[in-house]
Each structure stands twice: as C-alpha cells, then as structure tokens.
Write a new protein. Sequence first.
Length: 69
Amino acid sequence: MIKRNNFNPFGLALENFTVATDPQDKLMGCGQIKHHGELQELASLVVADEYQGRGISTLLMDALLARGL
C-alpha cells in the first residue's frame, strides 16, 4: 500500500504505524507518526481505494494524533 502510493518505503519504523482493518482483517489503511527529535510528523497516511470516502482517514488521523500527544 505504501509503495502503490509512491511513499518512500525505506527507513519505515513499523512500530510507529497504526493500521485499520475490516472484520475479515483486510487492510483498509495505515499511517504513522515520525519522530524528529522533539517534533512529531503525521506521515504516510493512506487508505485503500475500496475504503475511501468512509471516514477511515479521519479515524486513522485521530488515533495517530492521540498516540503522538
């Protein structure tokens, strides 16, 4: 999903990611918080085409921002 959306796949820290899955554990979307010293960046947010328009990105952003605080 990261590669399909032209995100840089190198240097990803999987522990920084939050993922959204459907009831059958199919990946709906993901995103991460990157750490830059004392700064944090909301990054690499992507939602699979078939799940777009359903509020998945909002749920991911809310979860990521709550983790980053």
